[in-house]
Design a protein around this ligand. Structure first.
Ligand SMILES: C[S@@+](CC[C@H](N)C(=O)[O-])C[C@H]1O[C@@H](n2cnc3c(N)ncnc32)[C@H](O)[C@@H]1O
Length: 268
């Protein structure tokens, strides 16, 4: 099993976008439909930046909804896949820790499936929010969906044993063992994923991490950067159980394992 490098450090899934979509299927484009619903509820304008766009499937679905979409990611492999398989949006390479895609160029920035949590340090979060503020027009929205750091306070169900996933892709059976550990000092959720296949390749281990970001901490970061927090809740959303369905309104708690945030820049 190869582990080529392409922007994000050695990650089998971001280096192999088809495998990513096979491992995390979203055939009904629920994440994009939830995003479109959220943007409409808050009257967002048409220009959307999908930051950490991955394979481009959500960016393209938002494009089909009539929006003018730019998808941005650090992984060249993801961007190449997005251009080939999910056309419509413009795709550009950008680092969410700090980017400049034009002042006031977007009416909304969306950041789905924990992409925001690749901001590991406070400086990276500040860089991300300062860049979003620069990118957004007055009244622009930030919509993000991610793991919820506070879920791990007093709960160990996601830490106690590896999560095992098995699936077939292009005739090969893949199995991943994912172990999560909490690094309390760095405030990171560290992930080790060991891949095995039935094609004779040796196992490949990969390491990555998400920021353990707490709801009230996120609220403070957002207000410090001049955003008004409109929604902060644990669901329903595209990756909650049960999943969000059309017409459902956001809840008011932040106790579950996913966190959803909508924040707005003031109009002058
Ligand atoms: C979990 S995937 C989510 C992809 C997509 N948003 C989705 O929901 O399917 C995280 C994405 O963030 C990208 N990424 C990681 N670090 C990044 C960074 N510093 N700047 C931009 N993108 C980054 C990865 O390449 C990957 O495509």
């Amino acid at each position: 099993m190869s582990d080529s490098r392409s922007g994000t450090p050695g990650n089998l899934l971001t280096d192999h976008p088809e495998l990513y979509e096979a491992r995390f299927p979203d055939p009904e484009r629920l994440a994009a439909r939830w995003t479109e619903d959220t943007l409409r509820r808050h009257g967002a304008g048409p220009r959307v930046l999908d930051l950490g766009c991955g394979t481009g499937r959500d960016a393209a679905a938002l494009h089909r909804s009539g929006r003018t979409v730019t998808g941005a990611d650090l992984s060249e492999a993801m961007l190449a896949h997005a251009r080939d398989h999910h056309p419509g949006p413009a795709y550009v390479r950008a680092d969410l820790h700090g980017f400049d895609l034009g002042q006031g160029a977007f009416d909304a920035v969306v950041c789905l499936d924990s992409s925001l949590l690749y901001c590991h340090t406070n400086d990276q979060l500040d860089g991300f929010l300062a860049s979003c503020r620069h990118a957004l027009a007055p009244g622009g929205l930030l919509v993000a969906e991610m793991r919820n750091g506070s879920y791990f306070l007093g709960r160990t169900d996601l830490l106690d044993r590896p999560a095992v996933a098995e699936f077939a892709w292009q005739g090969t059976a893949y199995r991943s063992h994912t172990t999560l550990t909490v690094d309390r000092t760095a405030q990171l959720l560290r992930r080790t994923r060991v891949w095995t296949t039935d094609d004779g390749s040796p196992p490949a281990a990969q390491h990555s991490a998400w920021r353990l970001l707490f709801p009230q901490e996120l609220r403070r970061f957002l207000t410090a950067h001049g955003f008004e927090v409109l929604e902060l809740h644990d669901g329903p959303g595209p990756r909650t159980e049960p999943r969000w369905h059309h017409g459902e309104l956001p809840g008011t708690t932040t106790d579950g394992d996913r966190l959803h945030v909508v924040a707005r820049l003031p109009t002058p």
